[in-house]
Write a protein that binds this ligand. Structure first.
Ligand SMILES: Cc1ncc(COP(=O)(O)O)c(C=O)c1O
Length: 441
């Protein structure tokens, strides 16, 4: 098929001329489950987990792959990554709840967030959360107090902003100096955080964390971040005797959304991260810490596709043709938020030549609700099933009910079987939490 590289690993054209993923005909799934529909290929998710585990094991025995559940926080996926030996990172009480519901052991959970509330921290502490990644002085003091009042001790890491600018969209850069996240290096802020973390009576400061951004193709930024982190570790070791036993260098590996994208292989990413830490720590004469990473997008991104039904087609002669589908910014806000680019195809015309240039629009009341600009499709007609690949990360996770659109259903396909892992929301769900102005109506 023409778009192999951006589609899930088992994607193919079947004899009916339809797109099929792991033995499931996408046109058939659209008919059975309705559209918009998110379809995840189980093999892709497991395959990525295994690649990460294998790639890191080739460099060190002391590592942890932590699934960043913000990419797609879902009970079934959390259970899958747990079965594959991963840990999980949660960035809110809600994501913690999803992981907990999935049966994730608390000691394999990392709690992130630049503004964790007291209630969220208490909820996670109640469940015995393994690690809290502290983001601010305020949180450090609050957590120390909360843990102390329970007569416990909590393992923590500090989130450092290493001042490294990743080559990615500015909205998904997180490691630069001007960031809402973490402790910066300027003015001795990170050093002071380490000092306070070590001095906190009820906290066990086991290490540092940094995440420089997402959808990163060039690995140099990661190497640079490691240099900076180790520089800080050396300084804190000299000043306070700080021992960094865990070094979490974030997620960030990019994926292929379009044929032009050229992400680095997981093996190269593992080599840069582990050998980078080894080299820098050896140079400093310090012992090798446990190496932690937190991939999200690269675990689930390519596993997912979204199927829509084509509705209105509007041709503006000499300008462009808009093909509207039955979803859009409420199930995938990435094109509007980050100018993210996607490819597309018609699942029911998978074998036909893609000879018609169109712009795919969503159904929401915003001119910016454009999913794909200038994409070549087989001649589209109302009722066609349009598929966008690589929608597994940060799409359902950011979904909304804008314009009263219920969130789509999510199905998991494996060896010809499709099962619902998230049910489609109903109109009743939209009003389930609403209360009438006048009781009784
Ligand atoms: C702290 C942290 N860790 C991990 C991730 C996951 O990044 P990615 O999905 O690019 O692998 C993110 C995403 O923004 C993050 O903020």
């Amino acid at each position: 098929m023409t778009h192999t590289l951006v589609y899930p690993i088992t994607a193919r054209h079947n004899d009916a001329g339809h797109l099929e993923i792991d033995g499931c005909d996408i046109v058939g799934l659209a008919k059975t489950f309705g559209t918009p529909l998110l379809v995840y290929e189980e093999k892709s998710i497991r395959d990525q987990c295994r690649r990460y585990m294998k790639a890191f094991a080739e460099h060190t025995q002391d590592f942890e792959i932590i699934y960043a559940s913000k990419a797609f926080s879902c009970v079934a996926v959390a259970q899958m990554v747990l079965e594959e030996g991963l840990s999980i990172d949660v960035s809110s009480g809600g994501e913690y709840h999803v992981a907990k519901t999935a049966g994730f052991p608390a000691e394999k959970m990392f709690f992130h967030g630049n503004n964790k509330t007291r209630a969220e921290l208490e909820y996670a502490l109640d469940g015995g959360i393994g690690f809290v990644v502290i983001d601010s002085f305020q949180e450090l003091a609050m957590l120390d107090g909360l843990v102390g009042s329970r007569g416990e001790r909590q393992k923590v890491l500090l989130r450092i902003t290493p001042g490294v600018e990743a080559h990615t969209h500015s909205y998904i850069q997180t490691g630069q100096v001007d960031s809402k996240f973490g402790f910066g290096l300027d003015e001795g802020v990170a050093m002071e955080a380490i000092r306070q973390g070590m001095a906190a009576a009820n906290l066990d400061l086991i290490g540092l964390h940094a995440h420089i951004g997402s959808q990163i193709f060039e690995l140099e930024g990661f190497r640079r971040a490691i240099e900076v982190l180790v520089g800080l570790i050396v300084q804190a070791n000299k000043a306070y005797g700080f021992e960094c036993r865990y070094l979490n260098i974030g997620g960030g590996l990019g994926i292929r959304y379009t044929e032009e994208d050229t992400p680095s292989p997981i093996s190269d990413y593992a080599a840069v991260k582990v050998e980078g830490v080894r080299e820098e720590m050896a140079r400093a004469g310090l012992p090798m810490p446990r190496v932690l990473i937190e991939p999200g997008r690269s675990i689930v991104g390519k596993a997912g596709i979204t199927a829509y039904t084509v509705g209105t087609i509007k041709e503006i002669p000499g300008v462009r043709t808009y093909v509207s589908v039955d979803g859009g910014m409420s199930d995938n806000i990435r094109p509007m938020l980050y100018e993210a680019l996607y490819e597309g195809m018609l699942a029911n015309k998978a074998g036909a030549p893609a000879d018609t240039k169109v712009t795919v629009a969503g159904k929401h009341c915003e001119s910016s609700d454009i999913l794909i600009r200038d994409v070549a499709l087989a001649k589209p007609e109302p009722g066609d099933i349009l598929v966008m690949p690589a929608t597994g990360a940060y799409c359902y996770a950011m979904a909304s009910n804008y314009n009263g659109n219920p969130r789509p259903a999510v199905v998991l396909v494996n060896e010809g079987q499709a099962r619902v892992i998230i049910e489609r929301e109903s109109y009743a769900d939209l009003v389930a939490k609403q209360r009438p102005l006048h009781p009784g109506n």
